[in-house]
Ligand binder design. Structure first.
Ligand code: NAP
Length: 330
C-alpha cells in the first residue's frame, strides 16, 4: 500500500506517523505532504529519511490511500482530485462529515457500513468520538433520549497554534494569539466561530455528528464547548437521559466490557479520568458515574480521552486498518 499523509508535520500528522510505527502497518511507499513552508524539508520514518512533498506532486503519484489532516479548506480543494485518480481518502477535517453521501466512521461503532465504493471516509471531530464511544453500548441497552454535554478542551485540539499560544504565555513570550483571549490561567467558552443562534461550530459538530453516527435525528442534544489551558486530552461532563431505567451496576458492567473504553470510577480512592492520566493512550476513559438525583432515568458522567489519539489519529488509523483488513486496498 502506498500512503500519503497530508499535514504530516501537524499535531495529528505526527501522531499518525507514530501509530503507523507502533502498529507496524505495512507501507510500500510513504508520501509525506505539508505546506509550502515545509516542502523539501527532511523527516524520518522507520529510521528512513523522507523529503516533504507538495500536494500537487503527490496527486500524480496516485497513492492508494491519503490521510488528510490539514484542515477543511485543503480537504475541500484537493479531495476530489485525489479520488478521481483512484485514491481513497480518510479525512480528519470537518469538510465531508455532514455530507449525506459520505460516511462518518468510528470503526468500533459503524465500521461495517464502509463499502468498497466509498472513496472519501470522514473521521469525526475529537470531542464527538470520545462521547459516542461511551454512549454507544448504553444506547443499545437503554436508548438515549437526551444528552447535555459540557466540554473542557485541550489546546492541542486547535493544532500547533493553540499549543504555541499556551507555551508562549507560560514562558512570558509575546507572540501572535491563536485565541481571542489569553488561554493560560483562563477558560474560554468559545471554540471556533459562533452561528446566528449563539452556538459555536465545535458545539454544533458534537450535536450533528453524534446524531449522524447513531443514525438518529430524534436524540435531543445540547452542548457547551470550552477551551482550557490543558495539554493531553479533552474532558466532558455529560448528563444523559434514557428511555429505559437502568441499574447503575449493570451500566458500569456494560462500560467495563466495552472495547476501547476504560472504566475509571472509584471515588473512595480518588480514581477518575483526567487528561494527565490519559495522554498518549488510545482508549476513552469514563468515571464519576452517578444517578442524576433531580430526574428519573438520568445520570451524570465524566469522559476523558487524548484528542490526538482516539480523537483523531488513532481513529483514522483504525479506519485504515479496516480498509486493509477488508481488502479494500492492496
Ligand atoms: N488537533 C486535534 O485534536 C484534532 C482532532 C480532530 C481533528 N483534527 C483535524 O485535523 C486536522 C489537522 O489538525 P492539527 O491539529 O494537526 O493541525 P496543525 O497542527 O495546525 O497542522 C496542520 C498541518 O497541515 C499542514 N498544512 C497546512 N496548510 C497546508 C497546505 N496548503 N498544503 C498541505 N499541508 C498543509 C501543515 O503543514 P506545515 O507544518 O507545513 O504548516 C501541518 O502539517 C484539522 O483539519 C483538524 O480540524 C484535529
Amino acid at each position: 500500500m502506498n500512503l500519503a499523509i497530508v499535514g504530516v508535520t501537524g499535531m495529528v500528522g505526527r501522531v499518525i506517523l507514530n501509530l503507523l510505527e507502533e502498529k507496524n502497518i505495512y507501507i510500500n511507499k510513504l508520501y509525506p505532504v505539508a505546506s509550502n513552508k515545509s516542502i523539501g524539508k527532511k523527516m524520518f520514518f522507520r529510521k528512513k529519511k523522507y523529503k516533504i512533498l507538495s500536494i500537487e506532486e503527490v496527486i500524480s503519484l496516485k497513492p492508494d490511500i491519503a490521510i488528510f489532516s490539514a484542515g477543511a479548506e485543503i480537504s475541500k480543494k484537493w479531495a476530489i482530485k485525489f479520488t478521481n485518480r483512484g485514491t481513497i481518502l480518510i479525512d480528519n477535517s470537518s469538510a465531508w462529515r455532514m455530507d449525506k453521501y459520505k460516511k462518518l466512521i468510528v470503526p468500533e461503532i459503524n465500521g461495517n457500513i464502509i463499502k468498497k465504493k466509498d472513496k472519501i471516509i470522514a473521521n469525526p471531530n475529537c470531542s464527538t468520538i470520545q462521547l459516542v464511544i461511551v454512549l454507544h453500548p448504553l444506547s443499545k441497552k437503554y436508548q438515549i433520549k437526551r444528552i447535555v454535554i459540557s466540554t473542557y478542551q485541550s489546546v492541542t485540539g486547535s493544532g500547533k497554534k493553540g499549543l504555541d499560544q499556551l507555551i508562549n504565555e507560560e514562558n512570558f513570550i509575546n507572540f501572535k494569539k491563536n485565541y481571542c483571549f489569553k488561554i493560560n490561567r483562563n477558560a474560554i467558552p468559545h471554540c471556533e466561530i459562533f452561528d446566528r443562534y449563539g452556538y459555536s461550530k465545535e458545539e454544533l459538530k458534537l450535536i450533528n455528528e453524534t446524531k449522524k453516527i447513531f443514525n438518529d435525528k430524534n436524540i435531543r442534544i445540547t452542548a457547551t464547548s470550552v477551551r482550557i489551558p490543558v495539554v493531553g486530552g479533552h474532558s466532558e461532563s455529560v448528563n444523559l437521559t434514557f428511555k429505559n431505567d437502568f441499574d447503575i451496576n449493570d451500566l458500569r458492567n456494560i462500560l467495563s466490557n466495552t472495547n476501547g473504553l476504560i472504566l475509571m470510577d472509584n471515588i473512595k480512592n480518588n480514581i477518575y479520568p483526567m487528561p494527565i492520566l490519559c495522554e498518549g493512550n488510545d482508549n476513552v476513559f469514563v468515571g464519576r458515574i452517578r444517578r442524576d438525583m433531580s430526574k428519573t432515568k438520568s445520570l451524570n458522567m465524566w469522559i476523558v480521552s487524548d484528542n490526538l489519539r482516539k480523537g483523531s489519529a488513532t481513529n483514522a488509523v483504525q479506519i485504515l486498518e479496516y480498509l486493509i483488513h477488508n481488502k479494500f486496498v492492496k
